[in-house]
Design a protein around this ligand. Structure first.
Ligand SMILES: [Zn+2]
Length: 258
């Protein structure tokens, strides 16, 4: 019930006395079944934090709830965005899975196995075999987010999952520091690499290939968003980014040249 209320909430109409900045919605595409994919951004700074929920829905639908809570908090004054930043939130990538009550999308594809990476393969795994799509970015949801991310080049992307209770970063410049800051702020564990089972064609690896820092945030449980902890993580990360110069991927790479 809470999720239904939140998903339908028009953010721009939050209580006026608390609005810190109006959210701007950007439609980045539509799902296979033509549900809108809307990113809501707050702030006019030059550095961007992008938070994505609901890559997996069904048993991970709590990630959509948390992302929506974060978006709402930027409108109620509970999560002010520093002037140097933009905070953008896509509450649910898998809009059809949300409607269908399933982890996969309308094609029964696991959206976190459908990204263009060196590791992509059609035979993918989660708790058993899962669909990875006909080829990388075969799904409209992954294509829309991929194009948006490469087009806007966020400083960091936070991808919400459930329920490992930890944070894992890719190897793009700055990513490890960002993930450690978030993990400390949100009182989550931090690992360098997920080793429980092989994950092929995953989002954070596709971002790494473009030098975009990204992290998987594994929430703790399915019944509670743990909003206060994640709010603390987002606040800590935004403060860190606002007080540190942008990481230059090209400059970082050049230090390894002979
Ligand atoms: Zn997941």
């Amino acid at each position: 019930m809470l999720l239904a209320v939140l998903v339908g909430l028009p953010l721009g109409r939050a209580a006026a006395s608390y609005i810190t900045a109006p959210a701007v919605a950007v439609r980045i595409g539509a799902s296979l079944q033509n549900r809108p994919l809307d990113v809501m951004c707050v702030g006019t700074g030059t550095q961007t934090v992008l938070i994505v929920g609901g890559m997996h829905t069904g048993p991970e639908v709590i990630t959509s709830t948390l992302a929506q809570e974060i978006a709402v908090a930027t409108q109620t004054g509970d999560l002010p965005v520093p002037a140097a930043l933009r905070l953008c939130v896509l509450p649910t990538l898998n809009m059809d899975g949300l409607a269908l009550g399933q982890r996969t999308n309308g094609n029964d594809v696991d959206l976190n196995r459908n990204w263009p990476t060196a590791s992509w393969q059609a035979e993918a795994f989660h708790s058993g075999p899962v669909g990875a799509g006909a080829q990388p970015l075969s799904e409209p949801e992954t294509r829309a987010l991929y194009d948006y991310a490469l087009g806007t080049n966020p400083d960091v992307v936070l991808m919400l999952h459930c329920c490992g209770g930890l944070v894992e970063a890719n190897e793009a410049p700055g990513a490890a520091q960002f993930a450690a800051v978030y993990a400390a702020g949100a009182s989550l564990g931090y690992i360098e690499e997920w080793k429980a089972y092989p994950v092929t064609g995953q989002f954070i690896d596709s971002m790494e290939e473009h030098g975009i820092a990204a992290m998987d945030i594994e929430m703790v449980g399915r019944d509670d968003t743990g909003f206060a902890a994640h709010r603390a993580g987002v606040v800590a990360l935004m403060y860190y980014i606002a007080t540190h110069p942008p990481v230059d991927a090209a400059a970082g790479a050049s230090t390894t040249l002979p």
